[in-house]
Design a protein around this ligand. Sequence first.
Ligand code: UD1
Ligand code: CA
Length: 449
Amino acid sequence: MPLSLVILAAGQGSRMNSDLPKVLHPLAGAPLLAHALRAGAVLEPERVVVVTGHGAERVARAAQDAEPGVLIAHQAEQLGTAHAVAQARAALEGFSGDVVVLYGDTPFVSPETLEALIAARSRHAVVVLGFEAVDPGRYGRLVMQGSALERIVEYKDASAQERSITLCNSGVVCADAALLTELVDAVGNDNASGEYYLTDIIALARARGLTAGVVTCPEPETLGINTRTELSAAEALFQSRARAEALENGVTLIAPETVFFALDTVIGRDALVGPNVVFGPGVTIESGAEIRAFCHLEGCHVSRDAVVGPFARLRPGAELAEGVRVGNFVEIKNAILDEGAKVNHLSYIGDAHVGEGANVGAGSVTVNYDGVMKHHTGIGERAFVGSGSMLVAPVKVGAGAMTAAGSVITADVPDGALALGRARQENKAGLALRLRERLLALKARKNED
Ligand code: UD1
Ligand code: CA
């Protein structure tokens, strides 16, 4: 059965107290919305419709970044969840099959739960995802009759007796596309909030003689983010799961509670990660690589048996081939390091290509920026860049070439050549002793005054 997703993301999220639309707040390095899209992607949807409202342009851009090909529906005024779903009508035109509605602020719905939800559609016209709430608070309550769902009542509209129900609405719903469209169109706004409630489609379906069912999941999966406190709790939950998953996949984490992953971090088996390491978005670490303590990585690729850190920073576009060594206080950005290349101490390598087996000495810098434009540095295979070399880009150091320590290299160095780019040293015999005597005498005179 073909399936489409509708993701509601129009709300402002006023309780976040932020200029940023709620669904763009980052969780594990990716906007909340990207988590919802990823959760829904396991269903291999034919169409994905994101309903935008507050910050519509930014939200649409983030949606397309996370998943190219998503369709955008605009909800100009936030009149309620049913009204939001109704905005997806044009985007769903010509689609026949089931629709699953997800919320952009609910990042943890599991693949198993979504599979169970759509499987239950063979028994019911409408299926709702529910959960047993430890503290039901202001969630909508599921009013059951035996195993059938009769209706959903919102907290504000619920009687004291209904409020005592602990089976709650997650917001996730599945129904046939045509039926869903008809039902949301029939929803009114005569309730305590004056909103068009998506939850009212259950009573409307029942009134048509259709059946509604509930699939339940563990409460954490339905965790919706409304405040910064909830966002930080969600981050903690994400990280504890990601750590457990990494350990299970054969990654050694010396101090798991100090390692932070992003939504899309990929780490191979037998990789070793030391304490206090942060993986930003877009990191792939291959098997057997070692990331030592206190490293910060984003948008980079570390191949087998490479060693990074301690205290290294890999920025977007850092590509480390097998056996590369990047040591302490080294920053790599937009640079390819070929097999066995070494940059071991206190260096900056940006917009560069470092050839196989090349060695970049301590404190060397690719001077890539002239204040206006960025320029490229090439370091040939097995080249030896002496400590403290400033490679003023655009510039090339040839294969097997050397630069003398402390050189400022402004012109290309041919293959196999030695470049000396510094003032020649002069020694003045005895001058240090005479200079010191003079300085001491000066100081003594000063103290007499
Ligand atoms: C909703 C449910 C409630 C459920 C709870 C679970 C309704 C009426 N109530 O309540 O039963 O227990 O979620 O978290 O559906 N949105 C729009 N446009 C709108 C209104 C909302 O896109 O006009 C989006 C919001 O951005 C949010 C989601 O829909 O992502 C849910 O809306 P929200 O106002 O948070 O609903 P709740 O009151 O939490
Ligand atoms: Ca909510």
